[in-house]
Design a protein around this ligand. Sequence first.
Ligand SMILES: Cc1cc2nc3c(=O)[nH]c(=O)nc-3n(C[C@H](O)[C@H](O)[C@H](O)COP(=O)(O)OP(=O)(O)OC[C@H]3O[C@@H](n4cnc5c(N)ncnc54)[C@H](O)[C@@H]3O)c2cc1C
Length: 248
Amino acid sequence: MKVLVCISHVPDTTSKINFTADGSAFDKNGVQYVINPYDEFGLTRAVWLKEKQGATITVVNVGGKETEPTLRKALAIGADNAVRVDIDPTDSFNVAKQIAAVAKEGQYDLIIAGRESIDYNGGQVPGMLAALLDWPFVNACVGMEGEGEAYTMTREIDGGKEKISTSLPFVVAGQKGLVEEKDLRIPNMRGIMQARSKPLEVKAPVEADSKTHAGMYSKPAPKSTVKMVDAENISDLVRMLHEDAKVI
Ligand SMILES: Cc1cc2nc3c(=O)[nH]c(=O)nc-3n(C[C@H](O)[C@H](O)[C@H](O)COP(=O)(O)OP(=O)(O)OC[C@H]3O[C@@H](n4cnc5c(N)ncnc54)[C@H](O)[C@@H]3O)c2cc1C
């Protein structure tokens, strides 16, 4: 089985997020990048498919050269080879088009992506990708069982779980539950050394227009300062809730 795992290169969750002075773009200064956490769950699930069923894993990123350390980390975790489509990912549709072209050319059986990319949080790429390929799509997946052609996927829904049966080829967008946090692989020295010589192919983008264009970015208004009220001083608390917060 040939598995394609989509890897989004995102700011570390502890990064301080800023925008350029004119608000037109994300300010990358001083930001550390990691594999999108949702993609790490997907990659680990793919490594299980490799270990149990002999699957081969290709990781793909649509992005500039700066994403290559992230792809190398995915190779160190267990992917066999990597593809980087050399274009700035400015729109979900364009990204989906690029990955669809890679998927068609490589004749993959299964595509695993994340539920959303924690940078721009569009949650659009996997659905668009499935539509472009005309493959079934299972979103927000927390479990995956099966062998051969047939798979049963589990999704978390409001107040319960949903089981969906489908067969290859299909696109799955995963999240925590596909594997648990304790199952995530930390690359060891051997993996890091091997990753250096695994193939990383750089592909030219296919022609694809962008359907959307981001105008402005802004940060939420800073939180107002907290006023501490002495536990004994109930009348002051009531007055502040009435006069300042106007909630009673
Ligand atoms: C350097 C940079 C500049 C950007 N500039 C702009 C801009 O100017 N205007 C604008 O509108 N947007 C911009 N973006 C955002 C860009 O449009 C989105 O990152 C991209 O389209 C993904 O869309 P999404 O948020 O819907 O992804 P989602 O659908 O939330 O991602 C879900 C999953 O799809 C896969 N995926 C997503 N993106 C990629 C990728 N690039 N490669 C491989 N797999 C992927 C991953 O598995 C991910 O978990 C920029 C992003 C970057 C990194």
